[in-house]
Design a protein around this ligand. Structure first.
Ligand SMILES: Nc1ncnc2c1ncn2[C@@H]1O[C@H](COP(=O)(O)OP(=O)(O)OP(=O)(O)O)[C@@H](O)[C@H]1O
Ligand SMILES: [Mg+2]
Length: 396
């Protein structure tokens, strides 16, 4: 899939918006050359890099020189504010395959599509590569409903068993997916420790626990301290392998921008951010969204979900949107049925598919699948007012 590199998150978002999802997945943005090189190390199958207009020419050419030698099969597309003959000559000498002017959407699409053709030709027929989409459910706050949403989203995305979904519990110390589905996993991600370089789909499949025919779960380790032995590279390789075998990979996360979460977010096609109607959560969600922007994570693919949206906390949804500076796409009401479904181990999406909360989550699933979900899934209340370094780290 195309990788866009540019320090200006606005420029990344504009370029990503231009690039359609391909058979290999959605385009991904990174802010600088260092992040790009790390991404390429972890994703040996990437085939095209779009170098954005805010990277100074000399820096861009140095990066291209390096990639020309280390990654000769990679297509490099340079986007520049102006096309000049002298610059074009230097770019070609540095290994750039095509140079496109800022705003030349057709030119950029053509360059990326030629890069994809070349990639497929080099790999040979029948090797279209990964296609599953990664959906990460995140919030910098604990207890807001991430796991509830992730589990129900997995059910919604499976569309009655017609789509294959893998639910990855990346809350590696305190994951609740297994208990929420009343599963007793015999294997977990722990069994892949040390296998970073050997990870492939069969290996990961051997670690999964079946929930339903079309929903598999990758469980976290049994003991919290094992988390420290799970490397970011292992997480990245596992997600990459899962892309090749599932239509959707839904990742549930810990409420923290730790290495594992950041790795999943780096891989993410769609990021679902969960908030509730209280000031501390809204403040942290706002910072979380700004962090996603500054790291160019899933640019243009953020979905804000308000859980317990009907609670009378003294804050209105409009005020919440003003605080966040974002539109809230999906509202989930508080319902004792949701809490009960957690305790019974059956997602409400399965036990009560017509419940208002199920409808809201189905709307989100439709958005994620590129369908026609309501941009604002307004849900009626059934129980109104039931109760009132390397990178930045946000702690619970
Ligand atoms: N809309 C809702 N109505 C009623 N109860 C809910 C709702 N959403 C979540 N809950 C309940 O709140 C509790 C916490 O939810 P959940 O475990 O999904 O949160 P979390 O964000 O994953 O927490 P953690 O950060 O600890 O992982 C669960 O018991 C769940 O059933
Ligand atoms: Mg959870």
């Amino acid at each position: 899939m195309p990788i866009v590199v540019d320090p200006d998150s606005g420029a990344v978002a504009a370029l990503l918006a231009t690039l359609p999802a391909t058979a290999q997945g959605s385009a991904h943005g990174v802010p600088n050359g260092e992040r790009l090189l790390r991404w390429l190390d972890e994703h040996p199958t990437e085939y095209v890099v779009v170098i954005g207009p805010s990277i100074p020419l000399e820096e861009a050419l140095l990066l291209c020189e390096r990639l020309r030698v280390t990654r000769p099969a990679l297509s490099l597309v340079l986007v520049r504010p102006k096309l000049e003959a002298a610059m074009l000559t230097r770019a070609m000498a540095a290994g750039v395959r095509e140079v496109v002017a800022v705003g030349d959407t057709a030119g950029l699409l053509g360059s990326v599509s030629r890069a994809e053709e070349l990639h497929l030709a080099l790999r040979g027929p029948g090797s279209a590569g990964p296609s599953g989409r990664i959906v990460t459910v995140f919030s910098p706050k604990g207890g807001v409903g991430k796991t509830t949403l992730a589990v129900n989203l997995a059910v919604a995305l499976s569309k009655g068993g017609t789509k294959q979904v893998c639910l990855v519990d990346l809350d590696l110390a305190f994951g609740d997916v297994a208990i929420t589905l009343q599963l007793l996993p015999t294997h977990s991600i722990e069994h892949a420790i040390g296998s970073e370089m050997a990870v492939d789909l069969p290996l990961v499949q051997s670690l999964l626990t079946k929930h339903e025919a079309s929903i598999m779960v990758l469980a976290p380790p049994n003991h919290p301290d094992v988390r420290e032995r799970i490397t970011a590279l292992l997480v990245s390789r596992i997600l990459g392998a899962l892309r090749t075998g599932f239509d959707y990979i839904v990742v549930d996360t810990a409420p923290d921008f730790d290495e594992h979460t950041l790795t999943a977010l780096d891989e993410t096609d769609e990021c679902v951010m969960v908030a509730t109607l209280d000031l501390p959560t809204l403040k942290n969600v706002k910072i979380g969204l700004a962090t996603l922007d500054s790291l160019a994570i899933a640019a243009g693919h953020h979905h804000v979900v308000l859980n317990h949206a009907d609670e009378d906390t003294g804050l209105s949804i409009q005020q919440a949107e003003e605080i966040l500076g974002r539109t809230i796409q999906v509202r989930m009401q508080s319902s004792i049925d949701v809490a009960r479904s957690t305790n019974l181990g059956v997602p409400i999406m399965s036990s009560q598919p017509d419940h208002a909360v199920s409808n809201a989550i189905r709307g989100l699933a439709a958005q994620l699948a590129g369908g026609t979900g309501e941009p604002h899934a307004v849900v009626e209340d059934d129980r109104p007012s039931r109760r009132s370094s390397r990178r930045m780290k946000l702690r619970r």
